[in-house]
Ligand binder design. Structure first.
Ligand SMILES: [Cu+2]
Length: 505
């Protein structure tokens, strides 16, 4: 590993007293009036203004304050709680300092010496937004500037999230705290009587490397002039910005919107007693039917909508873990609740996109290039750098199948902006034959997606040694978007490509 070991100043998180902090619940963003935007039509739309600011916050009761960056001066930022079909405008304002909180690597694309230290651009992950409001990585703006974005919200109810996407420094901006939840609701969801109001809570998962002082640090690989590390893992897992938080719950059902907002970490979440829970939604909305799980896997960028039933558990303290690591605790109040919420057996139809409807199949490789001692130096998509000419140009409303051929040793969560898609299957192939001859020979049978990922997705785990096939309808808006690995260290070092959606002929 090219990354340096944690420094001597790193905190031993097992020395922290767990469950002393209440789980923070981000405030809900409120519009400050209405405005019109020419490209969004004549109708005045709700207008929000969100300022990115530096601030200090304690990540645990017994730690000193950490310097952070956040939307609205909080980490996570305010939650957008929105309705499908009701568009709105957000002015994203950069009021950050002029020098970066974390060490830059000036050798990365878009991060070279001629570019300012602090650059931001906001992407609403999973939003079907016009290209000029999608947060193109080169559409960044500097402290003192802002950008007015239009979210038409012409999409189904789903758990989205928003975060920074500036070219070459996304990993650092998100790590500093620039992220938040973005919920879209609709009538189908409202008709279901799922747990709501105070019984519906986002769980935004991030990991951070904490010093004993309570500050966050981002490890610097060697040589220091070129500090990019191929992945990042912190010594503490935070939920909604706190280490080891506690949520006091009542003995009834709760709906949790789990969002993996971590740079590189994949989660395997489970209750300590392995009690089951239900997954009702994936990245892009409700599943056809609830899925009963004991472990929830979430790759960076992925979301899961889950329901946990605490009824009959009054007085219990229930720990949520990630593998062996304690994440948080639910403390269930005594007493019997009158819980009118339900998880129906059918949630919403998810029509399968027929393979026969695809007009094109693209085979796209995930590649890793190592140095002489086997350390990864660059990851690419289809052997192309960010700045190479655009090669993926679907036409609006076309259906395409993308075969993601992962010839690397790691799983990469691949995210396409603008669109939702379905996973067709994953299939093992002969990696060495592929690397030598660029010939694809399958060595296993096609494996269907897991039940929790069988609905609408916008981020898919491309497992190592597998061809992962997705089927995508490019509905939305013509223009330039990106597709990329959502391991932010990879995305910042060439594992991202622009793509064009062409207007209908
Ligand atoms: Cu990757």
């Amino acid at each position: 590993m090219r990354g340096a070991p944690p420094p001597a100043s790193a905190l031993d998180p097992t020395t922290l007293k767990p469950f002393v902090d209440a789980l923070p619940i981000p405030i809900v963003a409120k519009p400050s009036g209405t405005r019109t935007l020419e490209s969004a039509g004549a109708k005045p739309l709700p207008y929000y203004r969100v300022e990115m600011r530096a601030f200090e916050a304690k990540l645990h009761r017994d730690l000193g304050p950490a310097e952070l960056w956040g939307y609205g001066g909080s980490f996570p930022g305010p939650t957008f709680d929105t309705r499908s079909g009701e568009g709105f405008l957000v002015e994203w304002a950069n009021s950050l300092p002029k020098s970066h909180l974390l060490p830059l690597d000036r050798s990365l694309h878009g991060s070279e010496d001629e570019f300012p230290d602090v650059r931001t651009v906001v992407h609403a992950h999973g939003a079907k937004a016009p290209p000029e409001s999608d947060g193109y990585p080169e559409a960044w703006f500097v402290p003192g500037d802002s950008a007015l974005y239009h979210y038409p919200n012409e999409q189904d109810a789903a758990t989205l999230w928003y975060h920074d996407h500036a070219l070459g420094i996304t990993r650092l901006n998100v790590y500093a705290g620039l992220l938040g939840a973005f919920l879209v609701r609709d009538d189908v969801e409202a008709s279901l009587a799922l747990p709501s109001g105070e019984f519906e809570i986002p769980l935004i998962l991030t990991d951070r490397l904490l010093e004993k002082t309570g500050r966050i640090i981002y490890p610097i690989a060697t040589p220091p002039a070129n500090p990019w590390a191929p992945e990042f893992f912190g010594n503490a897992i935070l939920v909604n910005g706190k280490v080891y938080p506690r949520l006091d719950v009542r003995a009834r059902k709760y709906r949790f919107r789990a969002i993996n907002a971590s740079n590189s970490r994949f989660y395997h979440l489970m209750f300590a007693d392995l009690r089951p829970f239900q997954q009702i939604g994936s990245d892009q909305g409700l599943l056809e039917a609830p899925v009963t799980l004991r472990t929830l896997q979430l790759a960076p960028g992925e979301r899961a909508d889950i329901v946990v039933d605490f009824s009959g558990r009054g007085g219990e303290e229930i720990v949520l873990k990630n593998d062996a690591y304690v994440v948080m605790q639910f403390r269930v109040a005594r007493g019997v609740e009158n819980d009118a919420s339900v998880v129906p057996a059918r949630l919403r139809p998810v029509a399968k996109t027929a393979e026969a409807s695809a007009v094109r199949t693209r085979t796209l490789t995930l590649d890793e290039f190592d140095d002489l001692v086997g350390q990864p130096v660059t990851m690419l998509l289809n052997q192309q750098h960010w700045c190479a000419p655009i090669t993926e140009e679907p036409t609006v409303d076309d259906v395409e199948i993308w075969n993601l051929v992962n010839a690397t040793d790691d799983a990469h969560p691949i995210h396409l902006h603008l669109v939702r898609f379905q996973i067709l299957d994953r299939r093992r192939f002969d990696v060495s034959q592929f690397l030598m001859k660029r010939e694809l020979r399958h060595t296993g049978r096609a494996i269907a997606p897991e039940p929790g990922e069988a609905g609408w997705k916008d981020t898919v785990r491309a497992d190592p040694g597998m061809v992962t096939r997705i089927i995508v309808k490019f509905s939305g808006y013509p223009g330039r978007y990106v597709w990329h690995c959502h391991i932010l260290e990879h995305e910042d070092n060439e594992m991202m490509r622009p793509y064009n959606v062409l207007a209908a002929r």
